[in-house]
Design a protein. Structure first.
Length: 230
């Protein structure tokens, strides 16, 4: 796993360098104090993952991500949890670490990346990242990351994708077992959502494109934890 670190605060750099040194499979290519300094390395080197701060000189981490074509996976490192929802709207955000974070939490973020849920493969719709729905005696192939949410009503579920919806006989429990935990979480007894498609959270409502989905009281802490909001 080839990575770079973009962090302008020296104490935070030292913490991350210490954590990285404890994981043999993480190969640190370079350390940079600004995104602009790292730009050439990202363009001309095979980088798998970027540990990226948000508050940086010249251009913020969030702004910088938007300029990278075919971006590597990004693990955000920041002291500002209020940017979590905005960052998860961007492509290739692998995890969001709020400073100060422990080595255990850092290792968990690395392991999420290592599980193979890399966004390039998913967005290309490779066979192992797709699923077939048997609806009305017809098999419909959909990419997992095209799923916005799954909602249940009695013995039926409705799968909402970016372009279509499918309603058929199934249970939400089956979907919980088949979806990757990294991208999806249950936020209500009747709803599972894809974190990548969250536009905003207001009160107990998640907004996703044209969907407004309620957050169940017992599920709210779970979704905030997944989004690294404390």
């Amino acid at each position: 796993m080839n990575c770079i670190l973009i962090e302008d605060e020296i104490p935070a750099q030292k913490v991350l360098l210490n954590y990285i040194s404890k994981i043999p499979e993480v190969n640190l290519i370079g350390v940079f104090q600004s995104a602009l300094d790292a730009n050439n390395t990202i363009t001309n080197t095979d980088i798998d993952c970027i540990f990226l701060d948000i508050n940086l000189p010249d251009i913020s981490g969030l702004q910088f991500i938007k300029t990278i074509p075919n971006s590597p996976a990004i693990i955000m490192t920041t002291a500002y949890p209020e940017h979590a929802v905005e960052s998860f709207e961007l492509e290739n955000i692998c995890d969001y670490l709020v400073k100060p974070f422990s080595f255990e939490r850092f290792l968990k973020a690395v392991n999420k990346y290592k599980r193979g849920l890399n966004f390039t493969d998913l967005k290309e719709g490779k066979k192992e990242n797709c699923i077939f729905l048997n609806v009305d005696k017809t098999l419909h192939k959909i990419a997992i990351l095209d799923i916005l949410c799954i909602s249940s009503d009695k013995n039926y579920v409705t799968v909402y994708t970016k372009t279509r919806k499918f309603t058929y006989l199934d249970s939400l429990k089956n979907w919980i077992e088949k979806l990757p935990e990294y991208n999806f979480t249950q936020i209500h007894k009747s709803h599972i959502i894809n974190h990548e498609e969250i536009n905003k959270i207001s009160g107990n409502i998640v907004y996703m494109r044209d969907q407004k989905i309620p957050i169940g009281r017992s599920y709210k802490s779970q979704i905030l934890k997944k989004l690294k909001i404390h």
